[in-house]
Design a protein around this ligand. Structure first.
Ligand code: ATP
Length: 533
């Protein structure tokens, strides 16, 4: 978190200078108030009038400087949060495939919304307020010492006692906040999952079951929220009680000073004003300390993601390895998701440049796993994979060489053109040409390129989505193209169209994973690999 504070240090420093000036005026105002009373009691009209005018001026200055302080404080908080969110998103996008899929989308969303909001309120917004209060305490203490050193010492000793309360129960505070954050994360994961399965919920008429599950999860989350709030309110109550008790002790002491004629009425007024000035900040200070203590585990957790080392693959580009000139070699590899039971054993395969390869096999034989090993998502337990005789782990930017098209055709909620060009500079003519190639004649015109694709491609048919994903892959000039189950969930007509489109791809090393390619077209492949053989 400190790095965000550091990068916004100028708005913080300006805010603190402004609040320092405002606090000086507010301390002067307390003395002015006493002067007004003393001058009025002395029945000195012109001096009373003068002190009232100066009081108004100082109050005005205090308010104005505080207003500008608020502006800079807001800028500091908002900029810190904006940078934290950017780091969080950037590191999540730069994450590697395996780590990304370990967490649910709900967990990310919960961190991005709820946790970031808690950090905003309990950390970034608290820092300037905490410093403001410390400045106030110092200035008021100086003011009290100017007034009377005995009052100053008694005030400071008594009014600072509430500060120790949060420290005493810091473990409890941290635990309560963390439990709430985890419960919220879990609830959001489930809600995201249920919303993704909306059609299935409707189709199987399980709305009431899902609502029951939601109610249980929501109730648990809210119980944790309540527990968190209750602990906070309990410490607030103790702090407030101690503060008020201290207040009355100091008030009594000041009254005694008036009785003994050590204080004038004006001095009494100033002392009470000062204590008022101090007691609220001290109560608030204990709340802020409480916030800073309890938010620490959440800050640490979020920083683990926001400060994660960026994925090397996305950062580095090694032009020397950007083409595959000869071949891809799976050299005697063994891999299993659990070590005792390998899924792929002593597997070797040579795929040559610009050849068409078909990987077949029953469901669960490890076809997708083989592709994922080639993409470096997993590392073989034994053996290795080479591109042009270079071990793949030594190749910096594998995605500059390989394009993968998965079974689920994914399209972004953006224009057709952006979905095809993937924001790179490709001319409209080239895009239209590829659309013709994949038999999407109805989209092969300039006005269609600007059409909006709905979220998840919901305004397109399954076959159209698949063909658009193939077009997108063709537009990317990588040497290796992988299609993982490109024919899944398509009708016969679409299957035949897509088979022909794929078999017409030349000058690329083509790897198609499919168990349903038409027998009559198998002879067009250079190599057929049967995984269950
Ligand atoms: N991340 C994972 N963790 C543990 N087991 C996995 C993981 N991914 C796949 N498996 C298991 O590995 C086996 C092979 O899965 P894989 O997806 O490679 O098969 P496939 O041949 O592509 O199957 P299909 O044709 O059904 O897509 C399956 O039994 C699957 O349950």
């Amino acid at each position: 978190m400190k790095k965000f504070v550091k990068s916004n240090k100028y708005s913080l420093i300006i805010a603190l200078i402004l609040v320092f000036i405002s606090s000086v005026f507010s301390t002067i105002v307390q003395f002015n108030k006493g002067d007004v009373l003393d001058n009025a009691l002395a029945r000195d009209k012109s001096i009373t009038l003068f002190s009232i005018i100066s009081l108004i001026i100082f109050i005005f200055l205090e308010i104005i400087f505080h207003y500008f302080y608020d502006q800079y404080r807001a800028a500091f908080t908002v900029n810190c949060i904006s940078q934290l969110r950017t780091s969080l998103f950037k590191n999540t996008i730069n994450n590697n495939y395996v780590s990304f899929y370990k967490n649910t989308k709900g967990e990310f969303l919960s961190k991005y919304t709820n946790d970031v909001e808690m950090i905003q309120n309990s950390y970034f917004a608290t820092i300037p307020l905490l410093i403001e209060i410390i400045i106030k305490i110092i200035l008021v203490s100086i003011g009290l010492f100017i007034l009377d050193w005995r009052i100053a010492i008694v005030t400071l000793v008594l009014l600072t006692t509430p500060l120790y309360i949060p420290k005493i129960i810091d473990k409890k505070l941290q635990k309560a906040k963390k439990e709430y954050s985890e419960a919220f994360e879990n609830n959001l994961s489930k809600v995201t999952d249920w919303l993704a399965g909306f059609e299935i919920i409707k189709n199987y008429s399980i709305e009431s079951r899902i609502i029951d599950k939601f109610t249980t999860s929501n109730k648990y989350t809210m119980q944790k929220a309540l527990k968190n709030k209750r602990i906070n309110y309990t410490t607030n109550l103790i702090t407030t009680l101690i503060s008020y008790l201290s207040y009355f002790i100091i008030l009594t002491l000041s009254a005694t000073f008036v009785y003994r004629q050590i204080f004038t009425a004006g001095d009494f007024f100033i002392a009470i004003g000062m204590i008022d000035q101090l007691s609220y900040p001290l109560i608030a200070l204990s709340v802020f300390i409480q916030d800073l203590i309890s938010i620490k585990p959440i800050c640490d957790e979020i920083m683990n993601i926001a400060e994660m080392k960026e994925d090397d693959e996305s950062k580095r580009l090694n032009p020397a390895t950007l083409t595959v000139n000869n071949n891809i070699l799976f050299d005697n590899i063994t891999y299993g998701y659990n070590e005792e039971n390998p899924l792929i054993s002593d597997f070797s395969l040579l795929l040559q440049k610009n050849q068409k390869n078909l990987i077949q096999g029953r469901s669960g034989t490890g076809k997708t796993t083989l592709i994922n090993l080639l993409l470096k998502y997993y590392t073989p337990d034994k053996g290795n994979i080479y591109l042009d005789n270079i071990p793949i782990q030594d190749i910096d930017n594998l995605f500059g060489i390989i394009t993968i098209v998965r079974q689920e055709a994914f399209l972004f909620n953006d224009t057709l053109k952006n979905n095809l060009s993937m924001y790179s500079d490709i001319s409209d003519e080239v895009i239209l040409d590829v659309l013709e190639k994949v038999n999407l004649h109805k989209f092969a015109n300039l006005s269609s390129l600007n059409m909006d694709i709905a979220e998840g491609g919901n305004n397109l048919s399954g076959g159209e989505k698949k063909r658009l994903c193939i077009a997108r892959a063709l537009l990317r000039n990588t040497n290796v193209l992988i299609f993982d189950e490109p024919l899944a969930n398509l009708d016969n007509e679409n299957v035949s169209t897509i088979e022909d489109i794929l078999l017409n791809i030349n000058d690329r090393t083509l790897i198609i994973v499919s168990h349903q390619f038409s027998e009559s077209k198998l002879n067009q492949f250079d190599k057929i690999i049967k995984l269950d053989a």
